[in-house]
Write a protein that binds this ligand. Structure first.
Ligand code: ZN
Length: 297
């Protein structure tokens, strides 16, 4: 499934490659679900392919077959396993880059979520960036460039990935995703929605939306807690739904002081849920519901 909002950027990259202006370190920044990973995968395949067209892989050559099997010796992908990317992983990249290529001469490193590098890792990467080698390419993804040292940023070609929501509705429709009322909140993160579809989570997300809309009138939170315990990353989605609902209340005439009070309770809940070890989620939600009730009556 092509991602129409990435086509323009891809063409630019292909053009710069054809004109030998392609930067050896390309950094793609954007929210979760905008397609960064798909973009760097395509680019990596294109860079390794023996006969690419506009930097898109042919799909047939030996290199492409190796890529499809996930065994290309000239490609290295570094993904975050724990909370951070450490210096050892970066040193390994430098070693990999310094050895000669097995196939067509190009070698590609994909470094995902590079904002999670430790300071030592970033310093190690800096050395690699400062001494570019011929036919060696680094493709990096990041969710927040503000978390990266300026020294790293200044040595990469940085691209902001933004989704034009005009594309999204049609694209999501082509995935046969039901028209949930909350979908538009993720119009700029369509691949996140696709991921939920693949993981059979759309119904759970819809339940979160309903819980968020009725939280102040609820007293039993066990079903909600079950959903959040199954996938902790959904706490962010739940908090987003709560915030959106609150904004609607404000438009409908909610007192601004109460609005602020409710909003800070949501922020505190969100903070605690990711920072307090062994948090009693059910208790935290019932406290939140209490504050929302207080501020809306
Ligand atoms: Zn090929």
């Amino acid at each position: 499934m092509p991602l129409p909002w990435l086509e323009g950027l891809y063409q630019q990259l292909a053009q710069s490659f054809a004109q030998q202006r392609f930067h050896h370190a390309q950094l793609f920044n954007g929210d979760k679900g905008v397609g960064k990973q798909r973009l760097v995968d395509s680019l990596a395949d294109g860079l390794l392919c023996a006969s690419p067209v506009n930097l898109k892989a042919c799909g047939n050559c030996k290199s492409c077959q190796l890529n499809q099997a996930g065994t290309h010796p000239d490609k290295r992908v570094v993904k975050v396993e724990g909370q951070t990317i450490g210096v050892d992983e970066i040193r390994e990249i430098s070693d990999f880059i310094n050895h000669s290529a097995a196939q067509n001469g190009n070698k590609v490193v994909v470094l995902e979520q590079c904002h999670k590098m430790t300071t030592a890792a970033a310093n190690a990467l800096l050395k690699t960036l400062e001494e570019p080698s011929l036919r060696r390419y680094l493709l990096l993804t990041c969710e927040q460039t503000a978390l990266l040292p300026a020294t790293i940023l200044s040595r990469c070609a940085v691209h902001e990935i933004k989704v034009n929501p005009e594309y999204t509705t049609q694209w999501l429709a082509s995935l046969n995703i039901a028209n949930y009322s909350w979908l538009e909140l993720f119009a700029r993160q369509p691949l996140l929605v696709q991921q939920w579809q693949n993981d059979n989570q759309l119904e759970a997300i819809d339940s979160l939306f309903k819980f968020a809309t009725n939280l102040k009138d609820s007293h039993n939170f066990s079903a909600l807690v079950d959903i959040l315990n199954k996938d902790h990353s959904l706490v962010n989605v739940f908090a987003l739904f709560l915030t959106e609902h609150l904004k609607t209340q404000l438009v409908l005439g909610m007192d601004f002081f109460n609005y602020q009070k409710a909003q800070s309770a949501i922020s505190e809940f969100l903070y605690n849920s990711s920072h307090v070890l062994g948090l009693n989620l059910e208790l935290a939600i019932s406290q939140l519901a209490f504050t929302l009730r207080e501020s809306q009556n």
